[in-house]
Design a protein around this ligand. Structure first.
Ligand code: PGA
Length: 243
């Protein structure tokens, strides 16, 4: 089957309408599927400006499904803005907002209920490198109730590589992708695996050699012109891969 490379642009607290307009003017992609993830207040504007072949996502979702929770953004509210996808368990939320396993599981369940796609982030901290397989396995246990008839994206993002301009060596990314896919198979999860953490147009070539990797979750580089360089790299130089 012909598969497209998944590119997810996590814009964190940045938003650039001009960039949205420029992306809109690109012709339909042959080799990639692109999701733009702006901050909450700009989801609707991004959705109405971008063509339908570009998906729009959210960076987080409430652990509550509905009710009197001032300031919360529920999965159903996101679905009503034609948001396609939600990032859950990003390390910036796990670390800075003390996100717990219980909250993460509720967020996943709420997205499943609202028929939103989930990008579930896993990754070890610097001092956990030696136990990284145990860490990732424990994080993946949060998906034990994920419905087998739905597909999920798991993003492997070593915490120490995010926004840090450094990446693990390609052999360890390859081994981790293989580990995640094997575990997912045992859990009967229908999953694709992304790599995230300091991906840029300068280093994406090295990641292209990793068999089984389905795409990239890109932060800093996707906010700038680098996103266009990455899109160009796939559209002009990468042949459609049979995976
Ligand atoms: P980065 O961020 O590409 O800036 O390292 C990735 C992410 O936060 O998902």
């Amino acid at each position: 089957m012909t598969m497209k490379n998944i590119i997810v642009a996590n814009w964190k607290t940045a938003y650039n309408l001009n960039q949205i307009k420029e992306i809109s003017s690109l012709s339909e992609f042959k080799h990639i599927s692109l999701t733009i993830i702006p901050p909450f207040p700009f989801i609707k504007e991004a959705r109405s400006t971008l063509p339908k072949h570009i998906a729009v996502g959210a960076q987080d979702v409430s652990a509550f499904s509905h009710g009197l929770y001032t300031g919360e953004v529920t999965a159903h509210l996101l679905a009503s803005c034609e948001c396609d996808t939600v990032i859950i368990g990003h390390s910036e939320r796990r670390v800075n907002f003390n996100e717990t396993k219980i909250e993460i599981k509720k967020k996943i369940a709420n997205c499943v209920d609202a028929k939103l796609n989930v990008i579930f982030c896993v990754g070890e901290k610097l001092d956990e490198i030696l136990e990284r397989y145990d860490i990732i396995q424990k994080q993946m246990e949060d998906l034990d109730e994920f419905p087998i008839d739905r597909s999920i994206i798991i993003a492997y993002e070593p915490v120490w590589a995010i926004g840090a301009n450094r990446m693990p060596d390609m052999e360890s990314v390859k081994e981790m992708v293989c580990f995640i896919k094997t575990k997912a198979l045992q859990m009967e999860l229908n999953c694709k695996v992304l790599y995230g953490g300091s991906v840029s147009s300068d280093n994406i070539n090295s990641l292209l050699s990793i068999n089984g990797l389905d795409g990239y979750l890109i932060g800093n580089a996707s906010i700038q012109k680098d996103l266009f360089a990455i899109i160009r790299k796939f559209e002009e130089t990468v042949p459609t891969t049979e995976k």
